[in-house]
Design a protein around this ligand. Structure first.
Ligand code: SIN
Length: 294
């Protein structure tokens, strides 16, 4: 059986069946997944019981793992239950116990519930994220996705012209400040210093334009902060209207891949007394948005 896509939403996202991601893929399979990603931007692969090693191997077949030259989390590598190459997005601490609601790692994690694009706070932001559902709580905990290509297409011409050349500053500090988490060490503040990102991106294969929005965006070059934040808030509100959003209800062993260049996502609420064990590998981007050829 070959890879098949079943659309999950009128403008993006598809369920992908007919492939076993625990095994090495042939070049045609890789090409078919990439073509599916270019078209749908979010692919859900149900029934993929991956070990961490298999998830890393599969990710490597699509490209390079994101290198962590700048930290993307306050959870230190040495405090993680998992080995290198895979990030722990669970609510578990190093010993495997549910982390305390007073844990600053938990406070930091709550910021993932804001609409964002992974690694937009890095000079070269991530290409794909691959999230594997290992233990899923009995209620809530969906991941929602928003199609930034469809949102861009739906903007009026005046707004498109206004944003065409805008450059934003992105930092983990901006997204965490937004939920009142400002308890960062001087070292974290240095590590999380803002990076520049274009607000409008062009997909290198399809040529489609998209909005590069994220809760990590906190300034627009040449604008006052209040004007920039209000404008980014308005754009985000527009870009996450129901018609651009698809909500993924997790089942154990789902693997979901999304394109951070063309989508935003956010985690949803769940009972933090239940385990949510989801693990993420991240595929490196290849170019800084600022160097994009338009
Ligand atoms: C993420 O923000 O990359 C993870 C989303 C989730 O935990 O649902």
């Amino acid at each position: 059986m070959s890879l098949t896509f079943r659309p999950l939403h009128p403008v993006f996202a598809a369920e992908s069946t007919g492939i076993d991601l625990t095994r090495a893929l042939c070049p045609d399979d890789v090409a078919a997944i990439e073509a599916g990603m270019d078209q749908y931007a979010v692919l859900v692969f149900p029934g993929q019981p991956l070990t961490d090693e298999q998830q890393i191997d599969f990710t490597r077949q699509l490209g390079e793992l994101e290198g962590y030259n700048t930290p993307g989390h306050i959870r230190k590598r040495t405090d993680s239950r998992l080995g290198s190459g895979i990030a722990d997005f669970s609510n578990l601490d190093k010993s495997g116990a549910i982390m305390s609601g007073q844990d600053r790692v938990w406070f930091f994690k709550l910021g993932d519930r804001l609409w964002h694009s992974d690694s937009s706070f890095r000079p070269v932001p991530a290409k794909y994220s691959l999230l594997s559902g290992r233990v899923i709580p009995s209620w809530g905990a969906n991941t929602e996705f928003a199609d930034m290509r469809a949102a861009y297409d739906a903007l009026d011409d005046r707004t498109k012209a206004e944003i065409e050349d805008l450059v934003c500053e992105h930092s983990l500090m901006f997204s965490r400040e937004a939920i009142g988490f400002t308890d960062l060490t001087p070292e974290e503040r240095v590590a999380f210093r803002p990076v520049r990102q274009r607000l409008v991106r062009t997909h290198p294969v399809t040529g489609r334009k998209s909005l590069f929005l994220s809760a990590h965006a906190g300034a627009i070059e040449g604008w006052t902060i209040p004007e920039a934040r209000m404008f980014l808030r308005d754009l985000t509100e527009f870009a996450t209207k129901d018609r651009f959003v698809c909500s993924h209800e997790w089942r154990v062993n789902d693997l979901v891949i999304w394109d951070n260049r063309t989508t935003m996502h956010r985690a949803r609420r769940f009972d933090r007394n239940e385990v949510r064990d989801v693990r993420r590998t991240t595929l490196a981007g290849d170019v800084a948005t600022i160097e994009q050829v338009t």
